[in-house]
Write a protein that binds this ligand. Structure first.
Ligand SMILES: CC(C)(COP(=O)(O)OP(=O)(O)OC[C@H]1O[C@@H](n2cnc3c(N)ncnc32)[C@H](O)[C@@H]1OP(=O)(O)O)[C@@H](O)C(=O)NCCC(=O)NCCS
Length: 165
């Protein structure tokens, strides 16, 4: 299977809504990735993703087919040498190593294209798959904060994983 990253396109909207409308994906992400995943949410997301320059929010493809999303978000002010990483994959594609490869690609892209020296991700404490894919890409656990996230009526631990250039 050939895994690649490419810019989002307006024509991705229908497939994006179909893949992203899944409570098992939303349960592991910020509330700004909603469930149900409405057409309006999809349009707002695509407008945001397409406006970035250089592109930092990208579509993941497997054999040219859209299967998920990944983004690095450069920070500002005293955090300006850092970028936050986020990602999701359509559930039917979980467990095939796709995100492991997508993270490898975006880390190299981000260090080449942004003036940053650290990329970090903040998985929820119970999200073992996400912790594994970060570790497999050389990210280190930097901190564990107790109960800082409040998601779906529950307090969750925040794990901070980082990688340096
Ligand atoms: C997290 C997510 C991106 C992982 O995608 P994926 O394609 O299944 O990841 P991979 O197949 O590359 O790797 C998953 C790894 O976690 C392991 N894993 C998964 N669930 C596990 C569990 N409950 N316990 C231990 N290991 C687990 C797998 O065995 C695999 O490791 P391996 O290759 O060493 O065997 C996907 O589950 C997803 O989209 N989840 C919802 C959104 C999300 O959590 N985003 C990240 C927010 S920080």
């Amino acid at each position: 299977m050939k895994i690649a990253l490419r810019p989002w396109k307006k024509s991705d909207l229908d497939r994006l809504i179909k893949l992203a409308d899944n409570p098992n994906i939303a349960a592991n992400l910020m509330d700004r990735f909603p469930h149900p995943y409405t057409r309006e949410a999809g349009e707002n997301f695509l407008n945001m993703a397409i406006s970035g320059q250089p592109e930092s929010v990208l579509a993941i493809t497997a054999n040219e087919e859209l299967v998920g999303g990944i983004g690095v978000h450069p920070q500002s002010d005293v955090y300006r040498k850092n970028a936050e990483l986020g990602y999701w994959l359509a559930e039917e594609y979980w467990g095939k190593g796709i995100i492991t490869e997508a993270i490898r690609l975006i880390v190299s892209y981000a260090f080449d294209n942004f003036d940053i020296n650290r990329i970090y991700a903040r998985p929820f404490g119970g999200n073992i798959a996400s912790q594994r894919v970060l570790e497999k890409n050389g990210f280190h656990l930097e901190a564990k904060l107790k109960g800082t996230f409040y998601k779906n009526e529950q307090y969750l631990d925040e794990l901070i994983y980082g990688i340096r250039s």
